[in-house]
Each structure stands twice: as structure tokens, then as C-alpha cells.
Design a protein around this ligand. Structure first.
Ligand SMILES: [Zn+2]
Ligand SMILES: [Zn+2]
Length: 574
């Protein structure tokens, strides 16, 4: 069996979890995680790179990790891993995926309560046995039960960041293999609306001959099993366990079907009621008069036009006022990906990133950007390689030197400064003053109560040197709930202090969320879309941030990193 980078990365991730449950040194745990990160971002085939001796020197893969990779490649196994697997019950690792469950808790309840899996855990907590353990109480019980619920509800949902590339791949392969039968093809459903997580992936094709399309679709190499195969609809399961549904409709109803299957449900209900008021009927085949005469169906524009509406962008179709806005001709001119001119939250290998500033500049230039900000972690975040004050000063000088050789492109010296428990920032003002861009962010004590957390953030945002508030709620989809924060108050302060609120484009974050983005826009607060890249490839997360911004009704003018360099410099100095 061929061993690829993802298989080795998977072993390393499990190792990291096993070791953390055993209470091993966090730096050892981190070494496995970093190596897994590096492997998942490898450009090129692992075995080939190994034989060429090119694995040495890759950031994140130190000497110890390299030896382990070699062992796996040569023997197909890692002895330490095999042993831990025997030692640690299978379901125990899954407990780590439950929000509110850290390795320490997992260890204690396993040792003291013989809890080996999620079902055990649920019973253990419900029978109030947990609260007898040291450091646990009624509040922990409540948190863990909520965590179990969150975990179960997110299981089976796919991140937008995973679903979208997969849908694009399916579409590309269909175009490749049966293009002559395809008239039009598009994603549909919540994927097309750009929701942060998606149930099943829906793809819609317009064609007058569906058989060759269905044959090709159900035989793709990544298809693990065929759930259903028909003339109009087929469903497959991929080898990642994801479900893809493909519908083929006739060209004269493609627009109506695309509208219908894009949803959302409440958008469609609102639209249907509008049709009824006009004496019309709308369904997945078209828009019809009472007498059955077809007014529209071939394309979406006509479907909306027949209801006296402009084409409503899919991201807005959540019944949040878009139909009313359409009626008044007030659909926003939504932000486009190509309008982004820079990325202002990027880590380098100075902290927990994988690349050098120069590598990042090259990639950013390829994307057509005019500027980036380097924002490594601050001193107290030791686990993420946070920079001491001296190292930050060195980096500022390094960036000055780099900028002196650049034309038409600028690197801003920044930092992602930790907001400490008490709301103080992790660097003194004298140091913050030397930076072009200061990002403030919460990374520790995420479970403070609402009032403490809100005051903590507000205190940080009042610091005159802070420009950006990053990943505001701290959520990690399917893994960690948003911190409890009075966002209403935080936005108020952001407005007063001219703080830019970040839309973090990492698929697991997408934070700030769409509804709050819309609220921020209403209050005329500036937003910034950043990838928070830790690897070159992460710079490609930008589209997910842009889609989320569109779901929050943002236009170019609301987003500061759409400004060309010259205007951005002016704006930054305000
Ligand atoms: Zn952060
Ligand atoms: Zn960051």
C-alpha cells in the first residue's frame, strides 16, 4: 500500500492526541502537530521527496520527526504509535474532539471513572459522577453536555473550505469527461449560498442526455460507493465519507431548478408567496401563469425578473431582507474576490508559521496583492513560538530592510498581540508604537464569563495602538463554541476607536460570522478579511472570507484591504 503524506500526518495527529492524553510534555505534542501540518502542506509526493533527500530542512520536520517518517516509509509502521494504540482505548481519542474536553479531563475520567467513549461520558456526566472529581462541578457538567450536543450536531457536516474545492473538482472532472453533454453546470444548495458548513454537496447540470453524465459521475476514482443512480438524480459517497448529489435537468428548466435547489427554504417560501400575490406559480420547472403558460425557467435572471425582482446573489438568499431590498432596487453590489489587495494577518516561521517573509511576498504578488502584514504571535504565547520583545524588534528591522528592495509592494510590520486575561496587551506601548499594524486577539482563558470577557476585550481595544480585532468570537467550527461576548458592546467600542473587525477566512473559524458582519456594516464599522496564514497555501483561504463577507452583505467600501496600497497607507495613518 502506498504511504502518502496525509497518512503519515494522520499518524502524527493521533500520536499528538495520545501523548497529550497521557500528559506528556506539550512541546513534544506540538512537535507532532507541527510535523503533521507540514506534511499536509507538502508540495510534491512524499516518497519521491524522501528518496531525493528533500525532506530535510522543511520547517516543522526536525531530525526526530524525519526519522519517524523514514521508519513509516520503510516499514509501513511506527512502533511507538502501535504501542500507544494498544494502550489507549479507541473511543478515548474521540473525546478530545468534544468542545470543553481537554486532554487532562480525558485522562482523569478515564483513570477514575473508566470512561472510554462518548456514550460512557454522557452517562458519567448525567449521573453526576463527574462533579465528584477534583476541579469539576455543576458548571462543567453543563458545559460538557453542551459540548457533546455540539459535537454530534456537527458530525456529518462539512466545512465550506472542504466542500467547495471538492465540488469544484467534481465539476472540473465532469467538464473534462462528458463536456459535450453538459450545457450548464453549477453547485447548488447551501454550498452555493456559501454557508460555513454544508450537509451534502449538491451539483446541478443542464443537459438533454443524462445517461453519460450519470455514468461518468458514479465511476469517478474518488467514489467509494453509489447510494443511488437514476436518470435525474444520483448520489455517491466519496472515500472521505462525503455525500455528493448530482441532478440533471432539461435546459429549459435549469434556471428554475437552480433557483429552487439553491434555497434557502425560507427565501423560497417568501418568493412563492410573492408569486401567489401576483397570480403566478413558481416551482422547480419554472414560473407559470394560472393558465399554465410558462413565463420563465431557462435561467435564474428570468425567474426573478418574472417576479419583478433583480437576480439576488445566492449568498443573500437567507430571507434576511434580500427580497425587500430587491424590490427597492437596493441589492448591494457585493464584494468580489478580485477586489482584495492585501492580507493583513500572516504568521512566519519566526512563530508558528512555516514560511519566510520572502516566500510569503512571492505568493502574495502572484495573487495580485500590493501589500501584506507580518503578524507573528506575541511573547506570552510560548506554545505558538511567540516573539520576545527583542525578536520582534529584529523582525521590524528585517522588514525595513526587505521593504527597501521592494517596489509597488509593501510589507507591514505587525504582531498578533495576545489580549491577556486582564485585558492588558502582551507588549508594552513603547513596542506597539513601533509597529505598523497591531492585531489584538484572545487565545487563552476563552471561557471567562460574558462580563469579564467583554470588559477584557474592550480594555484591549481602547489601547490607542490597536488597529484590528482578530477572530472575534474564538469559535472553531465543530470543535469549540464561540466565547461568551457582548458583541453589541464590542462593536460599539470598535466604532468609537476606529478598530477594524477581522473576518478570519480560515475555514474552521469564519469569524466574525455573517449576521454580525451585517450588523457591523449597518453601524458603518470597517472590516478586514485576513487568512491568518500559517503556510503559503493558507493564503488561498481568502475566497472563504470573501464569501462570508458577501453573506454579511459587504461591499468593497466596507473592507479596508480592498484599498490599493497608496490609499491604504493614507487610511492607515488616519
Ligand atoms: Zn489568533
Ligand atoms: Zn493568527
Amino acid at each position: 500500500m502506498k504511504i502518502d503524506a496525509f497518512k503519515v500526518a494522520h499518524i502524527f495527529r493521533e500520536m499528538a492526541d495520545f501523548l497529550s492524553i497521557k500528559g506528556e510534555n506539550p512541546f513534544r505534542v506540538r512537535a507532532y502537530q507541527k510535523a503533521a501540518d507540514a506534511l499536509e502542506h507538502l508540495s510534491g509526493d512524499l516518497e519521491i521527496l524522501y528518496h531525493q533527500g528533500k525532506l530535510q530542512g522543511i520547517t516543522g520536520i526536525g531530525k526526530g520527526m524525519l526519522e519517524k517518517i523514514e521508519t513509516i516509509l520503510e516499514t509501513g509502521k511506527l512502533p511507538a504509535y502501535e504501542e500507544l494504540k494498544k494502550e489507549i482505548p479507541e473511543g478515548l481519542r474521540e473525546l478530545l474532539f468534544i468542545p470543553e474536553m481537554g486532554p487532562k479531563t480525558v485522562k482523569v475520567i478515564y483513570e477514575k471513572g473508566n470512561v472510554k467513549n462518548i456514550e460512557d461520558l454522557e452517562k458519567f456526566v448525567q449521573s453526576h459522577k463527574l462533579r465528584n472529581l477534583p476541579g469539576m462541578g455543576a458548571k462543567t457538567e453543563e458545559n460538557i453536555l453542551r459540548g457533546i450536543k455540539l459535537y454530534r450536531s456537527s458530525k456529518g457536516r462539512i466545512l465550506l473550505g472542504k466542500a467547495l474545492p471538492l465540488a469544484e473538482k467534481v465539476i472540473a472532472e465532469l467538464k473534462n469527461s462528458v463536456s459535450s453533454y453538459i450545457e450548464k453546470i453549477s453547485p447548488a444548495g447551501s454550498l452555493r449560498r456559501g454557508k460555513e458548513t454544508i450537509g451534502d454537496i449538491d451539483i446541478l447540470v443542464s443537459s438533454s442526455n443524462s445517461s453519460p453524465i450519470m455514468d461518468a459521475f458514479t465511476n469517478f476514482s474518488f467514489v467509494e460507493g453509489v447510494l443511488a443512480k437514476g436518470k435525474t438524480k444520483s448520489s455517491v459517497l466519496t472515500n472521505d465519507g462525503l455525500q455528493i448529489d448530482l441532478r440533471v435537468v432539461s435546459p429549459d428548466s435549469f434556471g428554475a431548478a437552480l433557483q429552487y435547489f439553491t434555497g434557502s427554504k425560507s427565501h423560497n417560501i417568501n418568493l412563492r408567496e410573492r408569486a401567489i400575490r401576483k397570480g403566478l406559480k413558481i416551482n422547480e420547472y419554472g414560473v407559470f401563469t394560472q393558465k399554465g403558460e410558462k413565463l420563465a425557467g431557462k435561467n435564474e435572471e428570468d425567474v426573478y425578473a418574472s417576479l419583478s425582482l433583480p437576480l439576488i446573489p445566492p449568498e443573500l438568499r437567507e430571507d434576511r431582507g434580500e427580497i425587500e431590498a430587491g424590490e427597492k432596487g437596493k441589492i448591494p453590489n457585493l464584494l468580489k474576490e478580485g477586489e482584495i489587495k492585501g492580507d493583513l494577518h500572516i504568521h512566519t516561521k519566526a512563530s508558528d508559521g512555516a514560511n519566510s517573509i520572502k516566500e510569503l511576498i512571492e505568493k502574495a504578488k502572484q495573487k495580485g496583492y500590493e501589500y501584506i502584514a507580518i503578524t507573528d504571535h506575541s511573547a506570552s504565547l510560548k506554545i505558538a513560538g511567540g516573539l520576545s520583545g527583542d525578536r520582534l524588534l529584529q523582525q521590524i528591522n528585517q522588514i525595513k530592510e526587505i521593504n527597501s528592495h521592494l517596489q509597488g509592494f509593501k510589507v507591514f510590520a505587525g504582531s498578533e498581540v495576545d489580549i491577556k486575561k486582564d485585558g492588558n496587551l502582551d507588549y508594552p506601548d513603547e513596542l506597539l508604537q513601533k509597529l505598523d499594524i497591531v492585531i489584538a486577539a484572545v487565545h487563552t482563558s476563552l471561557k471567562q464569563n460574558k462580563k469579564t470577557m467583554t470588559n477584557r476585550i474592550i480594555k484591549a481595544l481602547r489601547n490607542p495602538f490597536v488597529r484590528i480585532f482578530a477572530h472575534p468570537t474564538g469559535r472553531l467550527l465543530g470543535e469549540r463554541e464561540a466565547s461568551s461576548i457582548d458583541l453589541d458592546k464590542v462593536l460599539q467600542v470598535a466604532k468609537e476607536e476606529n478598530i477594524w473587525i477581522e473576518i478570519n477566512a480560515q475555514p474552521q473559524r469564519l469569524d466574525l460570522t455573517d449576521l454580525w458582519i451585517k450588523e457591523a456594516k449597518k453601524r458603518n464599522i470597517k472590516l478586514v478579511i485576513n487568512t491568518d496564514a500559517h503556510h503559503l497555501g493558507n493564503l488561498d483561504f481568502m475566497p472563504f472570507g470573501v464569501i462570508t463577507a458577501r453573506r454579511g452583505w459587504l461591499e468593497k467600501v466596507n473592507v479596508v484591504n480592498t484599498l490599493p496600497l497608496r490609499d491604504f497607507l493614507t487610511f492607515l495613518s488616519l
